[in-house]
Design a protein around this ligand. Structure first.
Ligand SMILES: Nc1nc2c(c(=O)[nH]1)N[C@H]1C(S)=C(S)[C@@H](COP(=O)(O)O)O[C@H]1N2
Ligand SMILES: [Mo]
Length: 331
């Protein structure tokens, strides 16, 4: 993803959290427009094999409390037949435009204060509420899931997210029967996120799903990764993971969940509607206007693999789109 032409990445499955580790822990805790604004074309995606140092730990006042929730038990329903991406790559090669329109934003992202972090749930709901993200996380059933992630730029990764089903948050909010969409917004604070000083972007970053999508079992709010609390650069404290859609749908560092009868006007759609639509379901047969989507580069390796329809999650989500204009779904 880049403004004009701005412009890169295996662990065994066993590197993710073993379920037994969690069970013990859990028992212990016991409760707990501008010319072309574009995502970078695959041609400019660089595969970086260089060793990188891991980001520094989280702020001391929150680290211990947050770390107590991880690792979470693996939900083995979501199997992946490819190796996990190395943690160093997934946490140092990021898209997070709030901190810059390039991939090396992880250091800049450390400026984001996570505590306190107010989350608002509002709009067409029975139970509007504002609470601290950490209090919300404490109330949720945390699990680990291995998911594929496919960026529209044609790079991909496989990561162990920890978090909770978005449907649990929807249940908490109790949407009115008239609500049809869930909008999700990122924070907006140019004083910590210098990318937000660029006024040609429609800040805050906004994404959205239909309520049917939001309550699909795959829609996940990730609060951690690799058995640890979410690093800032990956979207702490709450980030969406919708693995059947292109990566830009998986909005980071969410501050607001808004229920509406109106379709949201989303960040990338506003910038380039013909390139990054609302649906953005992965489909190798539907090219981006400027590049093919047939294959993907695996972050941290020199491997390229075929892309799958719905990123391989058709069995879970294809039914959501029965009877819809299939052409519009993949852009
Ligand atoms: N707020 C916000 N969320 C965002 C983005 C962003 O720039 N800002 N980039 C998106 C894109 S394009 C991708 S591919 C993923 C990248 O997530 P990762 O850095 O954890 O791999 O985050 C998505 N969520
Ligand atoms: Mo992306």
């Amino acid at each position: 993803m880049a403004l004009r032409k701005k412009p890169g990445w295996a662990l065994a499955d066993s590197a993710a959290t073993p379920e037994s580790a969690f069970n013990d822990r859990r028992r212990l805790l016991k409760a707990m427009g501008i010319g072309s604004i574009v995502l970078a074309a695959p041609a400019v995606v660089r595969l970086s094999e260089t060793a990188v140092t891991l980001p520094p730990p989280m702020a001391p006042e929150t680290a211990a409390e947050q770390a107590a929730f991880y690792p979470a038990a693996r939900n083995v329903r979501y199997r992946i037949a490819r190796p996990l991406t190395a943690e160093t790559h997934a946490t140092t090669y990021n898209n997070f435009y709030e901190f810059g329109s390039h991939k090396r934003i992880w250091q800049a992202a450390q400026a984001l204060p996570l505590s306190p972090w107010q989350v608002t749930i509002d709009g067409m709901v029975e139970k509007p509420l504002t609470m601290d993200a950490h209090d919300l996380i404490k109330r949720m059933p945390l699990k680990e899931r291995l998911y594929r992630h496919r960026c529209v730029e044609a790079w991909a990764m496989t990561v162990p997210w920890s978090g909770f089903p978005l449907s649990a948050l929807v249940a908490l909010a109790q949407p009115l029967s008239s609500a049809r969409y869930l909008w999700m917004d990122t924070f907006n604070d140019p004083s910590v996120a210098s990318g937000q000083k660029a006024t040609w972007y429609p800040w805050p970053y906004r994404e959205g799903l239909t309520l049917a999508e939001a309550t699909n079992e795959l829609a996940f709010i990730a609060t951690g990764i690799y058995g640890k609390p979410m690093p800032k650069q990956n979207g702490a404290p709450l980030r969406l993971a919708v693995p059947w859609k292109y990566g830009f749908k998986s909005v980071k560092s969410i501050t607001r969940f808004h229920f509406s009868d109106k379709k949201p006007s989303t960040f990338w759609e506003r910038l380039a509607p013909r390139e990054y639509g609302f649906w953005a379901n992965v489909n190798p047969a539907v090219p981006h206007p400027r590049w093919s989507q047939a294959s993907e580069k695996l972050l941290g390796t020199s491997e390229s693999v075929p892309t799958r329809i719905y990123n391989g999650y058709g069995e879970f989500v294809a039914g959501l789109y029965d009877g819809m204009d299939q052409k519009s779904l993949f852009m």
